[in-house]
Design a binder for this molecule. Structure first.
Ligand SMILES: Cc1cc2nc3c(=O)[nH]c(=O)nc-3n(C[C@H](O)[C@H](O)[C@H](O)COP(=O)(O)O)c2cc1C
Length: 240
């Protein structure tokens, strides 16, 4: 049989994840924005992969608050205006070599608009269709097996405290659901920016009612009323 695969060693493993514009508060009370895409979600937790020298990591470790603003696929000009900038006045030699420059006011640079958050100090970004206010719960240094890279990258666990979504993304008839046909995230794949294509096939997993995941999450995020309350009905069925 012909061998259809061959071995390569990619320098990066960015197989495609949504672009998050993360806002944090600087020491002087101003707001910073950083585009990032090493982010994944489980329940109401998100794990962020961030360079430990970034202004974002410094801010998060100091005051434990951020907003995860998700960008849509029409927001490329905003993302590009923030690419290769850092809110840290100390631009590392490595970053300098990559063409990064210090930018104190990334809202001014990008033209994005601040909007006050409800529960945390960093602002939301008005132009982002999804804004998640979050609190840092934990962090871990990666690459302990490589003495010279140990701690260069952090895995930061945050808890989502409140989610704001633009009304046109909501699934009609449900208080707590997103319509995936309407949510068009910007995806970074190997540093390039893409949108999603249309749904490629019907998903067997999607036959599971979303509310069944809520009890596993044990989230203290306050649920908006309106969807069928599976958690309570299952709990009462178990006690009956
Ligand atoms: C689309 C995009 C995705 C990025 N993803 C990440 C990421 O996942 N983690 C990371 O540490 N940096 C990522 N970066 C680079 C950061 O934006 C960069 O380190 C920036 O200087 C951080 O800003 P700050 O120092 O003001 O926090 C990404 C940049 C772009 C443009």
């Amino acid at each position: 049989m012909a061998d259809t695969h061959s071995i390569i060693t990619p320098a990066i493993m960015y197989w495609g994840t949504p672009v998050v514009l993360i806002t944090t508060e600087n020491e002087d009370g101003t707001a910073n924005i950083a585009p990032m895409s090493s982010a994944w979600w489980l329940g109401h937790r998100c794990v962020l992969g961030m360079g430990s020298m970034s202004q974002t990591a410094t801010n998060l470790l100091r005051n434990k608050q951020c907003v995860l603003n998700l960008s849509s696929d029409d927001m490329g000009h905003y993302i590009n205006s923030l690419a290769k900038t850092t809110g840290s006045a100390m631009v590392s030699p490595r970053k300098q070599g990559l063409g990064y420059e210090f930018c104190k006011d990334k809202f001014a640079r990008s033209g994005l608009t601040q909007q006050p958050s409800d529960l945390v100090r960093p602002p939301r970004i008005t132009e982002c269709p999804v804004q998640m206010e979050a609190e840092m719960m934990n962090n871990m240094e990666l690459m302990h097996d490589l003495p010279d890279r140990k701690g260069a990258v952090l895995a930061i666990e945050v808890k989502i405290l409140r989610t704001h979504v633009r009304n046109d993304l909501r699934l009609p008839g449900h208080a707590n659901r997103i319509d995936p046909d309407r949510w068009r995230p910007m995806i970074m794949s190997f540093q390039e920016l893409y949108g999603l294509g249309p749904k490629s096939t019907e998903s067997k997993l999607a036959t599971i009612d979303e509310e069944r995941y809520r009890m596993l999450t044990r989230s203290d995020v306050v649920k908006q009323g309106g969807d069928m309350d599976l958690v309570n009905s299952e709990e009462s069925a178990a006690t009956n």
